[in-house]
Design a binder for this molecule. Structure first.
Ligand SMILES: Cc1cn([C@H]2C[C@H](O)[C@@H](COP(=O)(O)OP(=O)(O)O[C@H]3O[C@@H](C)C(=O)[C@@H](O)[C@H]3O)O2)c(=O)[nH]c1=O
Length: 184
């Protein structure tokens, strides 16, 4: 198992060990000691999951301060194209996005720092996306950016989406309250 850095500061990919035998697979998604060894002091306050049909797009979501959080995302069943967008003023990758395929097959886990918006496109029916977060749900601070406003090619002509996700402001219209702090 290893933690892999990405081009977006603070955004990491956790590649857990996948144990496989005649029964199937075993994957550990969180171990406090391992995370601490990698400078990730994470206290999980809430976990939840969604199930999506193929071509569903959800996002781009985040909670604003003081309820902003680190979000850990993985896919125990199915496959997604996961997308994050850096909203931190002063970040070398402000306004830039990063995408990665997460699936039950590859077991990859994305660790998303505060100040990034998150969304995904489901690549298969019945896809389960599971989350662990460092704050609980704060509906008044739960915000979003329109999925098609920051230049990412979703390769999907008619995605299935919620009315709420379609109603978000564009990245250009959004006044960010997130500020980049360099990791020590
Ligand atoms: C996110 C959330 C939603 N809800 C409620 C609100 C609503 O009635 C219903 C469905 O909410 P949403 O439409 O926001 O669900 P969804 O679009 O799946 O929201 C998720 O999207 C992805 C992209 C993320 O990054 C997640 O953090 C989360 O925001 O569940 C909670 O009660 N607690 C929660 O933590």
């Amino acid at each position: 198992m290893q933690i892999v850095e990405t081009k977006i500061p603070g955004l990491k990919i956790f590649e857990p060990r996948i144990f496989e035998d005649v029964r199937g697979k075993f994957i550990k998604t969180f171990n406090n000691d391992f995370f601490q060894e990698h400078n990730l002091n994470i206290s999980i306050k809430e976990t939840y999951y969604s199930i999506s049909h193929k071509d569903v797009i959800r996002g781009m979501h985040f909670q604003t301060p003081p309820y902003d959080h680190i979000k850990i995302v993985y896919v125990p069943f199915g496959k997604i194209l996961d997308v994050v967008l850096d909203l931190r003023k002063g970040s070398p990758t402000f306004g830039k996005s990063f995408s990665i395929e997460l699936s039950s097959e590859n077991g990859k886990i994305l660790i998303i720092p505060k100040g990034l918006a998150h969304g995904f496109k489901s690549l298969e029916d019945n896809t389960n996306v599971t989350y662990m977060q460092t704050t609980t749900y704060a509906p008044n601070n739960d915000e979003g950016i329109r999925y098609d406003s920051f230049g990412f090619d979703w390769q999907c002509d008619c995605p299935k989406m919620s009315d709420r996700d379609m109603s978000f402001n564009s990245l250009e219209e959004y006044e960010s309250n997130f500020f980049y702090k360099e990791e020590k």
